[in-house]
Write a protein that binds this ligand. Structure first.
Ligand SMILES: NC(=O)C1=CN([C@@H]2O[C@H](COP(=O)(O)OP(=O)(O)OC[C@H]3O[C@@H](n4cnc5c(N)ncnc54)[C@H](O)[C@@H]3O)[C@@H](O)[C@H]2O)C=CC1
Ligand SMILES: O=C(O)CCC(=O)C(=O)O
Length: 332
């Protein structure tokens, strides 16, 4: 067994955390040989609820979980952490867009960026889940200047998983047979879910997703819109936002970041844009990335047709607008 690593989950008394903590603590992210010390951050009002979560974690009797540190103090929560799941933020209600949360949530990520800068390990890997995730990740990284910008990412893995599941159902194959779906841009209704470079295994043979689906109109309309609006559909049905699937996606994201992607495979992550594929620079934009040795790289040279270019421009523009609005809030 290796030495334990410290992992922080914010919003630890909330609904995503209720699923994510179990998944992390049983080894789904860092592997079956990596002991963990879990730091749980929430606001003072939620400390009673958090106590119950701590009791339940103990009652799970998980061999990898060395200890748990519940706290409402960012200085304690971020101390020496190797990985940070930044979940704690207000979720949207029915009828809202995620960017409507910007004014309420962006300040949380300023404070947590400052705390990461002061207290976390300099190689900490940060995943922002709290919405609007891309812009919150950008703000967080700006306030943590001593940590490399590439260590800040935003979650679009839930959108990727949703897209994968839609394609699998359409073709009639298990989800594991579908790979290399791309989510471009913002985790919002302007995102562009793109199956044009994806692969599907049909009858034992890997083929391009468009040939497996055989319905280009579906791929450009129903598929794109279903994934873009899936979060809202879950809220309409559950009266609460996605939680179990969000927790699973966060674990997938951080697992792949730490453990790498298989040769020829890529996943989607919101990362600092370098302008690849004509996107605006210096926003957190979701790209296809391959990962090895804990470092992600934007996959280059993929075909992007005019239909895709138009959609990349729309979601990129939204991210530029969110960036201006966010910095106006934090600098006010
Ligand atoms: N990127 C993505 O794909 C997804 C993002 N989300 C977002 O994740 C966030 C959390 O969702 P839920 O867990 O369902 O919400 P929730 O309301 O159940 O839990 C949020 C928790 O965060 C805590 N919190 C608030 N301010 C905090 C602070 N400054 N420090 C630490 N904790 C704080 C709250 O007290 C609460 O316990 C929301 O913003 C939601 O929109 C949800 C699903 C998917
Ligand atoms: O849709 C939301 O605003 C909350 C949850 C979420 O981001 C999602 O389900 O994709």
């Amino acid at each position: 067994m290796s030495e334990p690593i410290r992992v922080v989950v914010t919003g630890a008394a909330g609904q995503i955390a209720y699923s994510i903590l179990y998944m992390i603590a049983k080894g789904d992210v860092f592997g079956p040989n990596q002991p963990l010390i879990l730091h749980l951050l929430d606001i003072p009002l939620m400390m009673g609820v958090l106590e119950g979560v701590v009791m339940e974690l103990a009652d799970c009797a998980l061999p990898l979980l060395v200890s748990v540190v519940p706290t409402d103090d960012p200085a304690v929560a971020f101390k020496d952490v190797s990985a940070a799941f930044l979940v704690g933020a207000m979720p949207r209600k029915q009828g809202m867009e995620r960017k409507d949360l910007l004014a309420a949530n962006v300040t949380i990520f300023k404070v947590q960026g400052e705390a990461l800068d002061k207290y976390a390990r300099k190689d900490v890997k940060v995943l922002v889940v709290g919405n609007p995730a891309n812009t919150n990740a950008l703000v967080c990284s700006q306030y943590a200047p001593s940590i490399p910008k590439e260590n800040f990412t935003a979650m679009t893995r839930l959108d990727q998983n949703r897209a994968q599941s839609q394609i699998a159902a359409k073709v009639g194959v298990p989800v594991a047979n579908v790979s290399n779906i791309i989510i471009w841009g913002n985790h919002s209704s302007t995102q562009f879910p793109d199956a044009s470079n994806a692969k599907v295994v049909v009858n034992g043979k890997e083929v391009p997703a468009p040939s497996a689906v055989q319905d280009d109109a579906w791929l450009r309309t129903y598929f794109v819109e279903t994934v873009q609006k899936r979060g809202a559909a879950v809220i309409a049905a559950r009266k609460m936002s996605s939680a179990m699937s969000a927790a699973k996606a966060a674990c997938d994201h951080v697992r792949d970041w730490f453990q790498g992607t298989a040769p020829g495979r890529f996943v989607s992550m919101g990362v600092l844009s370098d302008g690849s594929y004509g996107t605006p620079k210096d926003v957190i934009f979701s790209f296809p990335v391959s990962i090895s040795n804990g470092k992600w790289q934007i996959v280059q040279g993929l075909s992007v047709d005019d239909f895709a270019k138009e959609r990349l421009a729309i979601t990129g523009k939204e991210l530029e607008e969110e960036r201006s609005e966010a910095f106006a809030v934090v600098n006010a």
